[in-house]
Design a protein around this ligand. Structure first.
Ligand code: COA
Length: 178
């Protein structure tokens, strides 16, 4: 029989997870910015509870991922998308596939809810394995300075980025907290 401690469950966060999510982000990022950002977004009207997912192992919350609505804007159009940010796994549980499970499950949930485009600013060696490509090559831009390789995009529906160009507009919580 499988040991409960080995079973990895990915599920939407619930009220009882808030403190564990805060603590694991502080540990993984060695600072408070990401946990403050998550708290601020949770208190905003754009927060999508179904897209704030935890990874639970043996009853312990060991990882978290959040997807938040953003827009890709130019002078003529605003295209809805989601930002994958932040995600974290407790240091002592890293490199066991938990982050991968969170991303894969998260992307499936985003797709089920009808979302088409995901943007991430993150480790350039990590996200391409999920299909993310350099967003700068797709006519997309960030509203802040960052090395081009960290800015990536994923089409959940093939062709979703066709004809889409513009700058990412993040919810104000991102600039207020980080
Ligand atoms: C990034 C993170 C979420 C990955 O979670 P994880 O459960 O360790 O990931 P997995 O076990 O599924 O995958 C491990 C892979 O991630 C890579 N990885 C882990 N941390 C990385 C980092 N800082 N930069 C680049 N790659 C990283 C590992 O090298 C490994 O690669 P491999 O499969 O080619 O050997 C986790 O390391 C973490 O919480 N880091 C600190 C917070 C952070 O950086 N969050 C992401 C912001 S973009």
């Amino acid at each position: 029989m499988e040991n409960n401690a080995d079973v990895l469950v990915i599920r939407p966060e619930n009220r009882g997870d808030v403190d564990a999510i805060r603590k694991l982000n502080k540990k993984a990022f060695k600072g408070n910015n990401e946990s403050k950002l998550i708290d601020a977004l949770r208190g905003s009207d754009i927060f999508i509870p179904a897209l704030s997912l935890v990874a639970e192992k043996g009853g312990k919350v060991v990882g978290h991922i959040l997807f938040t609505p953003i827009e890709i804007k130019d002078a003529n159009a605003a295209t809805p998308a989601l930002a994958l940010a932040p995600m974290a796994v407790l240091p002592e549980f890293q490199n066991q596939g938990i982050g991968t499970a969170l991303v894969r499950h998260g992307l499936e949930e985003c797709k089920k809810l009808g979302h088409k485009i995901i943007i991430v600013v993150g480790h350039p060696e990590y996200y391409p394995r999920f299909g993310f490509v350099k967003a700068g090559e797709k006519d997309l831009a960030l509203p802040f300075e960052a090395p081009p390789e960290v800015f990536m995009a994923l089409e959940l529906i093939p062709g979703a980025l066709a004809g889409v160009r513009g700058t990412i507009e993040y919810p104000r919580e991102f600039s207020e907290v980080i």
